[in-house]
Design a protein around this ligand. Structure first.
Ligand code: HEC
Length: 213
């Protein structure tokens, strides 16, 4: 029994050392144009799925995700910052998406849990190209994106175009300098995207959603 344990221990250490040397020597192909080894892919994928599930589970979903003005605000945000990677009804592919690994999911074809959408949008995902938008956007603005993404799988290409066209004058495409300042500097009005409705104050800011930074 004891000998058996020692053999197992030695094997484990040898495998770990071998793997460590392989990585340290620079042999692992980290290029985005070849897939991960299946085992690494599986570990990373399930790590991500489990982490989002756990960390998003207590987020309070605001009651105004069906509010048309909130959705319209999110449409402008999405068209400005997300569509190139995450596509839209009528948009099958983009050059940036084709080259990304992992490939960003097509958010116009699969329905997500709003809590998970919020968590990933706010915090991003390490080593994937998915940015943490919470560094430059307040929670209300992120919830408006969630509200829009929630409707996206049900939209026709025409409806998508109309929503984006209608959103543009109010929540104009942010220029590079609109994102330079810290989240603390914007007073909850969408980072100076200058919406003039004044209609975003109804209960979107739930303190519960902020407790998960
Ligand atoms: C540069 C490309 C890029 C941009 C721009 C981008 N994302 Fe992502 N996003 C990704 C990638 C890549 C993933 C997948 C990460 C992974 O699976 O590890 C992802 C994942 C997500 C997910 C999780 C989807 C799922 O099925 O689990 C959500 C939600 C999301 N992004 C929302 C957004 C929103 C909202 C925006 C715009 C504000 C945005 N993303 C902009 C690259 C991008």
């Amino acid at each position: 029994m004891k000998k058996w344990l020692v053999a197992v221990g030695v094997t484990v250490i040898a495998v770990a050392a071998g793997a460590g040397m392989y990585l340290y020597a620079g042999f692992y192909d980290i290029g985005a144009d070849t897939p991960h080894w299946p085992i690494i892919h599986q570990v990373m994928e399930s790590t991500r799925t489990r982490a989002v599930l756990r960390q998003a589970r207590d987020i309070q979903v605001p009651s105004n995700l069906n509010d048309t003005q909130v959705i319209a605000k999110g449409a402008g945000q999405y068209a400005a910052m997300c569509v190139n990677c995450h596509l839209a009804p009528g948009l099958e592919s983009t050059e940036i998406r084709a080259g990304l690994y992992p490939q960003p999911p097509n958010l116009s074809t699969h329905q997500m849990d709003p809590r998970a959408t919020f968590w990933v949008t706010k915090h991003g995902i390490k080593m994937s190209g998915m940015p943490a938008w919470g560094l430059t956007h307040d929670d209300d603005t992120i919830w408006s994106m969630v509200a829009f993404i929630n409707k996206l799988p049900h939209m026709s290409p025409q409806q998508y175009q109309e929503m984006v066209a209608n959103a543009a004058p109010h929540d104009a495409m942010p220029g590079p300098d609109a994102h330079g300042h810290s989240p603390a500097a914007n007073s909850g009005s969408g980072n100076g995207h200058g919406h003039s409705h004044g209609a975003h104050s109804h209960g979107a800011r739930k303190s519960g959603a902020r407790a998960h930074d």
